[in-house]
Each structure stands twice: as C-alpha cells, then as structure tokens.
Design a protein around this ligand. Structure first.
Ligand code: PMP
Length: 479
C-alpha cells in the first residue's frame, strides 16, 4: 500500500497514515471487506515503526471504519460513503484548473428508476454471443499464447483481421486490399484520426442536419466549424450542397449514408453519385461512416459511396460495434493514397495499437462464419422490435411524425414546434423511460427541441410497449 508520507511537515506519521486510510475508505477507494496489510508489513513497507501503524489502525477502529477479525486480520468496515457532491466539490483545485470550472456538462446522477426502460442503448446485451465469444477468446489464448498479449506490430493492425475486413467490404461492393485497411479502436477513433490529420481549428465540416452527436462533439472539441445540410427521407439533400461548397469552402464532408444516426434515413443511389461528383469537383474529401449498414430489414441495399470512388476521394469507416458488440472497441478505416500512412502514424501516437487480443478473437470469430449467422439473427430480432415500436408509437403518440426506417437502430420522432424534448427527458426518466433528446444532434441545439430519438434494438416488444406508454404519460405530464 503506497501511502504518501511527508516527514517534513510536522504532522505525526500515524496521523498521516490514519488520514489517508480514512479518506480512501470514505470515498470508496477501499471498499468494505478490503483486507488491510498486517501492521508489521505495512510498517516495513513505509519505513515507520510498528507502533505508528498500530496507532493509526486504533483510531480508525475506534471510529468504526475498520474492524479486526480474530485470527484473520484487519478489514474495512461497512460505512456510509461520501456523497457525489462531497467528493467532487471537496478539492482544493490548483489555479490552472480554474479555466475548466463550470465547463463540463456533468450533472449529478439522478436516482435511477428501479425499472428504467432505456431507448438509448446499442444492441441487446441479452443477445450478445457471450458464450461463443468467451470460448473464442480462450481458443485464441491457447493457440497464440503470449503473442496475443504483446503490443503486436505498430502497423495497420492484425493482418488476418484486415483480410477478414476485406471480405466483409467485398460483400458491400467495395474492392480493396488489406494494406489499405487500418484497424481502429472503434470507428469513433477513425473519425478522430481523420479530423486530426486533415483539419485544423477553424476549418469547416459539412454534415447532415441532424447528425451523430459524438461526431458533433468531436468537431466542437477540435474547434471546427460545422455547416449542416438538411436530411429528408432519402438522406442528405445533396441538391443543396453546391452553394454551400462555394460559400464555405469546407475541408471535409461527413456523411452517414445508411440508416443515418439519428434520422434513420438512407441516402439514395442517385444522391450518392451526385455527392461524390460534387466533392470531386470541389476537391473535398468525403468521410463515409457506415456504422450499421448491414442491419437492413427490407428494401434494396445501396452501394457504398466508397464503391464508386475511382481512388482516394472517400475515406470509409466501419465498425463491429453495432453488428456484434460495442465493447469490443474494434473498427476499421479504409483509405487510398498517400494520406493512408498519415492515419497509421497518427493512430500509433494516439494509442499504439488496438488491443491485439480483441483483434485476434474477432478474426477467429468472424472467419468461422458465425458473424453472418449472428447478423441474420440480429436482423430478425431488430426487425420485430422496429415493428413493435412503430405500432406502439402510432398507438400512444399519434401526434408524432416519423418515417419507418428500413434498417438500423432508430426511430426519429418529430413533435409540433414549441415542443421541448430536453424538458421532456427528466419527466420521462422519473416515469421510467429514457430517450435521446433531439438537441444533441444539431449544431444549433435549439433546432432539435421538437425531435427525439428512440433506439428500438435494445428492448423486447413488451418493454417497448411499456416504455412508449410511459412516454405518453410523460408528454401529458409536461403539457
Ligand atoms: N458513428 C456513428 C454514426 C455512431 O452512431 C457511433 C456510435 N454510436 C460511432 C460512429 C462510433 O462507434 P464505435 O466507436 O463503437 O465504432
């Protein structure tokens, strides 16, 4: 136990030990039942006399923070922990931290409804292929030994996984080779890499309006300016693009062409070609974020914009988060031309490598055909849940307008002007249902007030029915 002691400040050492342990017990750093070191070994470790440690323990014991169990040692007692406010505000912050004070949107945790139905998750953990995947990890460890636990080479990722990615991409009509694929820590990292390599603070990014909230937050954090192009049933209104290209000289176009987050819209084939032609004419790279392209429940799939790219115009991002499990943190970036090496170098300085064990496990899992089977199962399950949510919304929230998405994860509802989804959220949470308010998905958040995004994939049809009924109640409570 590395207790910091100051031998020059005049405070007795036993008090310093006692104060450090007290703080850690009260903050939860040392949970109930943690076994404390024997007094002799702690004394040796800290270079103090045994009596010093015994004195510290005696004070803590008399205050009921620790207890001695005859023959087995000294343990942390069950004590009430410090509340959130005490912990967060208790700091005596140095001056350089002042600039951050009051900036973070940290809100005190609300008491969670005991039976909260959340329409915000990704996939349904109850259906993750948990057993097969844990077996796969064991197989990989047996097969590859410690190689699976080394850094691996700091290049573009585990080669067999990149080959697997090439097969997945081929099924989407994208022809490529493993040397053009960079394995990333989720597609979120791909997004960050592209921005860091291509853009500087003050540059303009053209995005769909609305768009993925954490892309917006990333752009904001890098000081980029965001210009939005409205989305309709057929995705980004590419017809509106040219004047914006002329007016704003953007350095990047970010698009989510399939089952867009949050609107669920799909960019039509004609618009895909038109977008590429315009981007080419105005010399702007396209970042194509295909986060859930395989989750199609009906209708014809559209070719990826990347598949029309004659070379180097489109940077494509994919991920295993939505098709498999988000906690894997494995995604991929496909790019051609000299910029690719820049992404590889930037990735290396950011996190050295994407966890080699996960890359190997994923490769083994996907190559043996289970990925396709799992995908088919997810499509069946999520289609049923989408239908359940459509029915429930039509029944309980008939005033909300929406289009039925042909795939993906989201229903995007629009209420009348004047409606405030951010005011609705706390009421809904108190009634046991959670959603993503529209304000998160617009650069100008006020534009999002009439909207809310519901993820239908994480809940059973019964949960969906109950959750939407609670949402009705929340809407009525608010009005
Ligand atoms: N793009 C979109 C559109 C998303 O919705 C998400 C996650 N919700 C991501 C990228 C990032 O996903 P991940 O890092 O898990 O691949």
């Amino acid at each position: 136990m590395r207790i910091p002691l100051d031998r020059s400040n005049g405070i007795p050492l036993y008090q310093q030990i006692e104060a450090w342990l007290r703080q850690n017990i009260l903050s939860g750093g040392l949970p109930t039942d943690t076994r404390l070191p024997a007094t002799r070994s702690l004394a040796d470790e800290l270079g103090v006399s045994r009596i010093t440690v015994q004195n510290a323990y005696a004070v803590l014991e008399s205050d009921g923070l620790i207890l001695t169990r005859e023959g087995s040692g000294t343990f942390v007692a069950p004590v009430p922990r410090l509340g959130w406010a005490e912990e967060v505000d208790g700091g005596d912050w140095p001056l350089w931290q002042a600039q951050f004070e009051g900036q973070a949107a940290v809100s005190p945790p609300q008491t969670r409804h005991p039976d909260l139905i959340s329409f915000t998750g990704v996939g349904d953990p109850r259906h993750f292929p948990f057993r097969e995947f844990s077996r796969t990890i064991q197989e990989v460890l047996r097969r590859d030994g410690t190689a699976a636990l080394e850094y691996g080479s700091f290049d573009n990722g585990h080669l067999p996984l990149r080959e697997t990615v090439i097969h997945i991409l081929a099924s989407q009509g994208i022809q490529s080779r493993p040397e053009h694929v960079l394995i990333t820590s989720g597609s979120q990292q791909g997004l960050a890499l592209v921005c860091q390599v291509l853009l500087q603070a003050g540059d303009v990014v053209l995005v769909e309006k609305p768009t993925y909230n954490l892309a917006l937050e990333l752009f904001r954090s890098l000081g980029l300016k965001v210009v939005g192009i409205p989305v309709d049933r057929n995705g980004m209104q590419v017809e509106e693009l040219e004047p914006l290209l002329q007016q704003h000289c953007p350095r990047l176009i970010y698009t989510i062409p399939n089952f867009q987050n949050p609107s669920g819209a799909c960019l039509s084939s004609a618009r895909r070609r038109q977008l590429l032609a315009l981007a080419d004419r105005y010399n702007v790279p396209i970042l194509e974020d295909d986060f859930a392209g395989d989750l199609r429940y009906e209708g014809r799939s559209q070719p990826a914009i990347k598949s029309f790219d004659p070379g180097g115009r489109v940077i494509y991002l994919g991920t295993f988060s939505k098709m498999l499990m988000p906690g894997l943190r494995v995604g991929y970036l496909l790019a051609h031309g000299p910029v690719f090496e820049q992404f590889v170098c930037q990735k290396r300085v950011l996190d050295l490598t994407t966890t080699p064990l996960m890359q190997r496990a994923l490769d083994r899992y996907v190559t043996i055909g289970r990925y396709q089977a799992y995908l088919r199962r997810s499509v069946r399950l999520f289609r049923q849940r989408r239908d359940a949510m459509v029915t429930a919304v039509q029944r309980y929230l008939p005033e909300a307008a929406f289009s039925i998405p042909q795939g993906g994860l989201f229903l995007w509802l629009k209420f009348a002007d004047g409606f405030s989804s951010s005011r609705l959220l706390p009421v809904a949470l108190s009634l046991g249902v959670e959603f993503a308010p529209g304000v998160r998905f617009f650069a100008d958040s006020a534009e999002g007030e009439p909207y809310l995004r519901l993820n239908f994939a994480s809940c059973t049809p019964q949960e969906i029915e109950t959750g939407i009924r609670r949402l009705r109640q929340a809407v009525e409570t608010l009005s």
